[in-house]
Design a protein around this ligand. Sequence first.
Ligand SMILES: [Zn+2]
Length: 340
Amino acid sequence: MRCLVMEDFGRMAVAEVADPKVTAGHVVIDVVATGICGSDLHGYTGENGRRKPGQVMGHESVGRIRALGDGVEGIEVGATVTFNPLVVPAAERPLYRGREQHAPGRSVIGVNPSVRAAFAEQVVVPAENVVPLPDSVPITWGALVEPLAVAVNVVRRVAVTAEDTVLVIGGGPIGQSCVLAAQHAGATSVYVSEPSASRRALCEQLGAVPLQPGEPVEEQVRALNGGPVTVAIDAVGITATIQDALRATVAGGRVGLVGMGAPVTELQTYEVSTLERTITGSFCYSDEVFRAAAAWVADGSTDFSALISEEVPLAEGPDAFARLAAGADIPGKVLVRLDR
Ligand SMILES: [Zn+2]
């Protein structure tokens, strides 16, 4: 089979490798499409140190079951599936049920360098990580379940309801997913702070109100919303955006921190203490949240098409990585098609 190998930082290549063998409790998936994540890009450039040369990445994926390992039941060859890339050792599963992302022994398919992940024509995953999808929605939407699960998790963590007005900071693929997840949770007024014009336009297409870049976020939110919002979701995660998130929210407001822009930031502590705001961290998703995101995609109630900007064949995968790393103006997700 063919796959996309990160030969070195900044260098991706198409390679021919042996087909993987199915093992007990696992399935082999014929991959149809895998999304390029911001974390893949930062791994590719070497920035985040979370990817290693020689690795085959890819954790946002959809495909069809090719083979079942011994003991696998309840799923059929040919079924359309996505998979939850978060793998929890069996011994930790009972204790971390409902919060699998906290399990100390967790690993992530596509991050773990010793696992050949989904930028490949075939991928092997544990059967319990597989989530079936109906054929009634476009198959490529299955590759969006993972980033949507990240968004569903933060939206749930800050408990967005129809009573809330929401500011999303960062209008990239995760911010876009947060816009849709906040709307899905009932929020009707969602504002987005994002410097890129094409991303602002995409967020507007999704029904959010884009703020003007270069103008103070807090004042714009107050003017457009008739006062501060009740919830802000920071999908960037640097000092300036956390400050914007705090200052744009009401006293008692909730700030969800899902962006990982900087490991250390400067916090305006009085903005938290004196106004009794809450900052809530959010990372990945539980198994239940991942399945909820898949069910949302499967129910056909939301059109996710706008989230996908490009689909490139495997042979053009290296070029897609190079373009994205060079800052190409691509508003939404780039999917690598492994079936082309
Ligand atoms: Zn991702």
